[in-house]
Write a protein that binds this ligand. Structure first.
Ligand code: ATP
Ligand code: MG
Length: 493
């Protein structure tokens, strides 16, 4: 395509219809041969698809999302965790200096840009680093322990696929200020309770490992590096690179070339220091005493640099424990976490040392595993239908009556109410057609109240309604409608 000269641009702008001139304009020029070069009419295009890897949430998905968040909130309350919200944008250094240069997130997934003030900002890819930053910014290191939970969007520039998006939602939990094993146990137990309340616990498996303290990891790192170096020629390109930056991460590789070597590699558990081993044993004992089953997975290392000691993932195993088909094998982890004692120290430049443990659950993956049943009909409003006529004045009074009635239902009687209008120009639409529309747009609707000429002119305040579940019809005084609806709801409950 030939780049247009200044004259062509001016010409193109002159072609613009006057009324659009102040709006932003996207210019397209023809790429025809020079002699034929003509400026094509300018198209204005608004991209109506969402950004790749990002989605709109509505309908059943939105109801499931709210359900997951409500369950998280109630479980957080049971375990004494308080809500927190940190900004989506953070200074890039919050993540770049903490997550590990060689992590997938830092290596390739960050949404980082310079804003208009020239600040280098990052759209948060996870919640822990921002929470640790908030702990420091708000001087909360003097009032430990701090137990937080949050939910919200995270951003990672990954290849979109089932259960993997570029904007996705997480519920996160952070417990700052305790190194006691009980804090690990409580944090994992809280995750188990959360999944139980979502009826997903039977479909997941808790994978558990310890990365030990820094002494254990240093011992192991040298043994592992030696072993992996001797198999360097068979390792994947990424793993060869990680040999010098973070050899532990090779254990986490999903590359098929690496699998046989990883399977034979020395085990971290054999190089644990005595205190690390003791700590891990205490954790296992306590989980067992609470009836929380686990599978030891010595290859579980987690993707980020700040983890130590306890690391864990709840992995979806499919309804029949034989596949991960509803999420795809690579997207099976629904909730993951670990201990990050060095994070706050690193972030504060060594000034403040606060231990911590936490987890994050992928809400998108959880909602995909929840059945739709029970969500489609979760809203059960009363629908007021106005039976309009070919009479503008009458219709206006009818609308007003519907508004007043809905107002009374909502504010005095606390009945969820929706007003449904007849479509413009569909005055003759039959009542059964109107009902079909109600059932289509509001499938959970329980009662329909009709408002027409009779109701408007009748001063007796009688309400005529239809029970969509029982398929019955009744007329009751407005004063008793709430109790009438209530007794019906109890009948069918
Ligand atoms: P994965 O191995 O699937 O890439 P991760 O180790 O990068 O996961 P974490 O940083 O531990 O993921 O995030 C916690 C949880 O958030 C994951 O277990 C998953 O449920 C969810 N999650 C992570 N990345 C995505 C994504 N791109 N889209 C949807 N959910 C995600
Ligand atoms: Mg990832």
């Amino acid at each position: 395509m030939k780049i247009p000269g200044e004259r062509q641009v001016r010409l193109a702008l002159a072609c613009q219809n006057e009324k659009f001139q102040r709006k932003p304009v996207q210019l397209y020029f023809s790429a025809g041969p020079t002699s034929m070069q003509r400026i094509q009419p300018v198209k204005r295009v608004i991209e109506t698809r969402p950004v790749r890897g990002m989605r709109d949430r509505f309908g059943v998905d939105a109801l499931k999302y709210n359900h997951v968040c409500a369950i998280a909130q109630s479980v957080a309350n049971l375990y004494g965790f308080q809500p927190v919200a940190t900004p989506i944008l953070e200074h890039a250094s919050v993540f770049e200096r903490t997550l590990g240069e060689d992590s997938d997130i830092i290596g390739k997934e960050l949404y980082t840009f310079k804003d208009k003030s020239g600040d280098q900002l990052t759209m948060r890819p996870e919640g822990t680093a921002g929470a640790a930053r908030a702990l420091l910014s708000n001087n909360l290191t003097n009032s430990l322990p701090v137990k937080w939970y949050y939910h919200g969007p995270m951003f990672r520039h990954e290849r979109p696929q089932k259960g993997r998006f570029r904007q996705f939602e997480q519920i996160g939990v952070e417990y700052f200020g305790s190194r006691n094993v009980s804090s690990d146990v409580e944090t994992i137990a809280m995750a188990a309770t959360f999944l139980k309340k979502l009826s997903l616990y039977d479909k997941v498996e808790l994978n558990l490992n310890t990365l030990g303290d820094s002494e254990s990891r240093a011992n192991y790192r040298s043994v592992l590096t030696e072993f992996l170096t001797s198999h360097k020629q068979s390792l994947s390109e990424d793993s060869v690179r990680r040999l010098s930056t973070n050899p532990l991460r090779v254990l986490d590789s999903k590359h098929p070339d690496d699998a046989p070597i990883v399977a034979q590699s020395p085990r971290l558990s054999e190089y644990l220091s005595a205190p690390s081993r003791d700590r891990f044993e205490q954790l296992l004992e306590n989980l067992t005493s609470l009836g929380i089953a686990y599978t030891l997975n010595s290859n579980l290392v987690r993707g980020l640099d700040y983890y130590q000691d306890t690391v864990f993932e709840f992995i979806y195993r499919g309804a029949n424990n034989d596949d991960t088909d509803s999420l795809g094998a690579q997207q099976g982890t629904v909730l993951a976490g670990g201990r990050y004692d060095g994070l706050v120290k690193l972030m504060s430049g060594g000034k403040t040392d606060v231990p911590g443990i936490g987890w994050a659950a992928g809400i998108d993956r959880l909602t995909m595993l929840l059945e739709n049943k029970g969500f489609e009909h979760s809203q059960r409003p009363v629908v007021i239908i106005t039976i309009t006529e070919d009479d503008t004045d009458f219709n206006r009074r009818l609308d007003q009556r519907a508004l007043q009635l809905a107002h009374k239902f909502r504010t005095e009687l606390l009945i969820p109410t929706v007003i449904q209008h007849r479509e413009e120009g569909a005055q003759s639409q039959r009542v059964d057609k109107l009902l079909t529309k109600v059932l289509k747009t509001l499938p959970g609707a329980r009662y329909v109240v009709f408002l027409g000429r009779q109701e408007l002119e009748d001063s007796s305040d009688l309400i005529n309604y239809r029970d969509l579940t029982q398929r019955t019809q009744a007329t009751v005084p407005l004063s008793s409608i709430a109790s009438s609806f209530k007794s019906h709801s109890q009948d069918s409950a």
